[in-house]
Design a protein around this ligand. Structure first.
Ligand code: ASP
Ligand code: MG
Length: 414
């Protein structure tokens, strides 16, 4: 007998009919002799709806964050009640629990709280009594008894945290896609659903835009070694298992290609090559809460150098004006930028033991006449910045050159 945490996302519980399907899946797992702890999201786009109601009220400053959490947490509360009712109707004993009822304690950062500890007594007793606990994802309670939420997409993290504390055999994240793909199937029709991927690769793929899992949930799963499976609640396919690297298995060199289209780059030219310059350039950017991704500083010539970094396109205008101020301060030659760039990364743990991946990648891009503007590498990733209009071409060319696809095209929904 195993214990599974099964998490169902918004699209999987979008209507009563969907909730019935989910209940039948849970019952089928129980019928094959396993215990199940269920975590759910709000129905469909409910969180978005609640969020826009709050926006209609206006004033979304920090003063209203506590109330925002009270509001947003109601979405999950509706789903736990309905699913528990449905399970009972279909003959399975079940009980709904809000985050705090399930013992989930968080810090006090409203709208982006972190789980600090989980008191598992109540859930354990529920399981022992043969009852299915249905827990509201995305929420908890701080030490003053306030409702908190974990940030958008946070139900995945609730599921993984419960799986860790309950020592579950697997945390299964049910969603509306078959699993984690080699790249976005909307761009490459032969993209293949991966059977298995390592935590490390998944973190690169998730943060680089394969928006299947909440990044923090993968970090959590990796830290506590919780096997994580992403699978569809609309099919019976096995999905993708995300686990630790297994030396016994032959690793593919490349597991996937991640990309983000909406990036921008900024360059400061002619900055003096002296200690403290990088921090003077990036300090104001990080104070403005702008996330910086790739950073490249040139080797200096004649005591001066160039400094280039990328940000999300939304942050471009603000970043440019901050940088112009800095440029005056540090007496740089000029600032320029480009907000029509995209980033593309090859990810794979097999790169560690295979040379020549980068040169092969660059050759493929050159054969397509695509200019590489920036390059950065890590042990399991090679990223390039290119002009945005060539992004899809580049992804397709690399996907086929590295033979990542299936023979036949996958069916693309929606
Ligand atoms: N309902 C929340 C959201 O839409 C949390 C989640 O679904 O993971 O972001
Ligand atoms: Mg989600």
């Amino acid at each position: 007998m195993s214990l599974f945490v099964q998490k169902f996302g918004g699209t999987s519980v979008a209507s009563i009919q969907h909730i019935e399907n989910v209940a039948r899946r849970i019952i089928a797992t129980r019928d094959s002799g396993h215990d199940v702890v269920v975590v759910v999201s709000a129905m469909g786009k409910e969180t978005d709806r609640l969020f826009s109601l709050a926006q209609e009220v206006g004033d979304l400053g920090s003063a209203t964050k506590r109330e925002m959490d009270v509001l947003l947490s109601t979405g999950e509360q509706v789903t736990i009640a309905l699913l528990a009712m449905m399970l009972k109707k279909l003959g399975a004993p079940a009980a709904s629990f809000t985050g705090s009822q399930a013992g989930i304690a968080t810090d006090r950062s409203h709208t982006k709280a972190r789980i600090l500890k989980i008191d598992k007594e109540r859930l354990l007793n529920t399981i022992k009594a043969g009852v299915v606990p249905v827990v509201a994802g995305f929420q908890g309670m701080d030490d003053e008894g306030n409702i908190t939420t974990l940030g958008r997409g946070g139900s995945d993290t609730t599921a993984v945290a419960l799986a860790a504390i309950l020592n579950a055999d697997e945390c299964q994240i049910y969603t509306d896609v078959d699993g984690v793909f080699t790249t976005d199937p909307r761009v490459v029709s032969t993209a293949r659903c991966l059977e298995r991927v390592t935590f490390e690769e998944m973190l690169e793929l998730a943060s680089l835009g394969s928006r299947v899992l909440h990044t923090r949930s993968v970090e959590f799963a990796s830290k506590y070694k919780v096997p994580l499976r992403v699978l569809s609640s609309f099919s019976d396919k096995p999905g993708t298992l995300i686990t630790e690297e297994d030396d016994a298995m032959e690793q593919p060199i490349i597991s996937g290609i991640a990309f983000t289209p909406d990036e921008a780059k900024l360059t400061m030219r002619g900055v003096r090559d002296i200690p403290g310059i990088a921090s003077r350039i990036l300090g104001p950017i990080s104070e403005a809460n702008i996330e910086v991704d790739m950073i490249v500083q040139n080797v200096s010539a004649d005591g001066s150098t160039d400094f280039t970094f990328t940000v999300r396109r939304d942050d471009y205008d603000q970043a440019i004006s901050l940088l112009e101020n800095v440029a005056r301060d540090v007496e740089a030659l000029e600032v320029n930028g480009d907000n029509n760039i995209a980033k593309l990364s090859l990810v794979g743990v097999g790169m560690r033991s295979h040379a020549g991946v980068a040169s092969r990648m660059f050759r493929v891009l050159s054969d397509e006449n695509i200019n590489i503007q920036m390059i950065s590498t890590s042990e399991i990733k090679i990223s390039v910045v290119i002009e945005e209009k060539y992004l899809e071409l580049a992804v397709r060319a690399l996907h086929s050159a590295f033979e990542l696809g299936t023979e036949s095209a996958v069916e693309v929904k929606g």
